[in-house]
Write a protein that binds this ligand. Structure first.
Ligand SMILES: Nc1nc2c(ncn2[C@@H]2O[C@H](COP(=O)(O)OP(=O)(O)OP(=O)(O)O)[C@@H](O)[C@H]2O)c(=O)[nH]1
Ligand SMILES: [Mg+2]
Length: 430
């Protein structure tokens, strides 16, 4: 069973709370504020690890929570940051987070900060100033980012075997590599992609045997559709075409069916280089096989090698192996470079601090207003609302942010109710 999909919950650690504390010294009757800051919460980080082959580990464990930051302490001691939680995924993992942002983990060692930790709260020491020498409040740490993420594994094979069910794909893979896929005389024997390694003199190629495709596969018919995603990243396709289909169908129309489905799934697949492997040559005469091959060469042109093969007699298998080793480019494929570039961009996107400064003010009824938006909601989350001094601080910040001015512009008068993040205040009580 190939586990190529998983859904997991990730949660960055909460920030530690800032500390409310005053210095105590034998000779100083009333010491100054000395509460330290809370530590940052740990992040959940996805790391690409090439010792992993699939997403199996996520079947057993679906929740990943990074540790929280420690609380600040007196004597200006800051809380320790929470450690990051590393979640390892195999190369070829495609990630979609809860906002819809996507990331590809292709190269071993690549990292994505998938759930940031919350920032720590500031200790009361930080709020001391000329006008407020003894602040009796400290900030709370903020919660970390959290949500469900979807993981999808797209195999990273060099070449993919495609063809109708029963065409002989698995038989070829089992002859060319040490993989032992199931082979049987009924369609859809192969239910999941199987990988095998073709050993060349100086290099190895990873070959993927894909479940048989049928008419309509690109729209979801049969099994192949789910697995077409796996051939997206191959560099070459081996189209396996049965010379003597048992069901009496025409090789020409069988060939066209597969090519059409590949094209419909993704135009990029249609442009990948091909090898046409005419299969089961032992079931037809040598002359018929040669005649068919000549016709295919004429039809496909010089860029597509056409080989006569038989898994039963090993006819043409050395040639197929040699052709694969020759055709799969030595240099890292462009697609992977592009993915790596995207990956850097993706990481960039992740590490950029939230730039959203937006909040808005609404008049929701007689003497009632609502303020929404991340910065104001964060301000509230930061503080203990039962603490008068903290409330005064919030009010001060709302003035500074221009929220009170905006409220006044909307018709607010001192004493009116203002709701922020579900909490109702009376602002500007004077
Ligand atoms: N005579 C002969 N039979 C073959 C040859 N290759 C495959 N077969 C037979 O064809 C049938 C299908 O072979 P598979 O390799 O399972 O075909 P597949 O394309 O992987 O099929 P699916 O997994 O169902 O898509 C089996 O009964 C094989 O024994 C061949 O070269 N000669
Ligand atoms: Mg098969």
């Amino acid at each position: 069973m190939l586990y190529d999909k998983a859904r997991i919950f990730v949660q960055g650690g909460a920030g530690g709370n800032g500390c409310l504390s005053f210095r105590r010294e034998a000779h100083v009757p009333r010491g100054g504020p000395d509460g330290g800051d809370g530590g940052h919460g740990g992040a959940v980080v996805l790391v690409c690890d090439d010792s992993l082959r699939d997403l199996q580990t996520f079947k057993r464990k679906a929740h990943y929570k990074a540790p929280r930051g420690r609380n600040g302490e007196g004597a200006q001691r800051h809380g320790a940051d929470g450690e990051e939680l590393v979640v390892r995924v195999p190369p070829g993992t495609h990630v979609t987070d809860w906002t819809g942002a996507t990331f590809d983990l292709v190269l071993p060692g690549a990292r994505v900060d998938i759930a940031r930790g919350g920032s720590g709260g500031r200790g009361n020491k930080r709020f001391a100033g000329a006008t407020r020498q003894a602040p009796r409040f400290a900030e709370r740490g903020l919660p970390g980012a959290e949500g469900w993420i979807d993981l999808r594994l797209k195999l990273l094979a060099d070449a993919g075997f495609v063809g109708l069910p029963n065409a002989g794909k698995s038989s070829l893979l089992s002859r060319l590599t040490r993989a032992a896929p199931k082979v049987a005389d009924y369609p859809f024997t192969t239910l999941e992609p199987v990988l095998g390694t073709l050993e060349g003199e100086d290099r190895q190629l990873v070959l993927a045997d894909i479940p048989g495709l049928i008419e309509g596969a690109s729209e979801g018919a049969g099994l192949g559709h789910d697995f077409l995603a796996h051939v997206e990243r191959t560099r070459l396709l081996v189209h396996v075409l049965d010379l003597a289909p048992l069901d009496g169908s025409e090789p020409e129309s069988n060939w066209a069916t597969i090519e059409r489905e590949l094209e419909r799934h993704d135009a990029h697949l249609a442009r990948l280089p091909r090898i046409l492997a005419l299969s089961k040559a032992d079931l037809v005469s040598a002359q018929d096989a040669e005649r068919a091959a000549a016709a295919w060469r004429a039809r496909l042109g010089p860029d597509t090698p056409v080989l006569i093969t038989s898994s039963a007699t090993r006819l043409g298998l050395d040639e197929l192996a040699a052709e694969l080793l020759r055709r799969v480019p030595l240099e890292r494929p462009r697609a992977v470079d592009e993915l790596a570039a995207e990956q850097e961009l993706a990481e960039h996107r992740v590490f950029r601090p939230g730039a959203d400064r937006a909040w808005r003010v609404e008049h929701v009824g007689e003497g009632a207003f609502r303020v929404s938006g991340e910065p104001v909601e964060r301000l509230l989350a930061r503080h203990d609302l039962d603490n008068d001094e903290a409330l005064a601080h919030i009010e001060h910040r709302l003035h500074r942010m221009g929220v009170v001015r905006a409220l006044q512009a909307a018709g607010f008068e001192p004493g009116d109710d203002v709701e922020i993040a579900g909490v109702v205040f009376e602002l500007d009580r004077r």
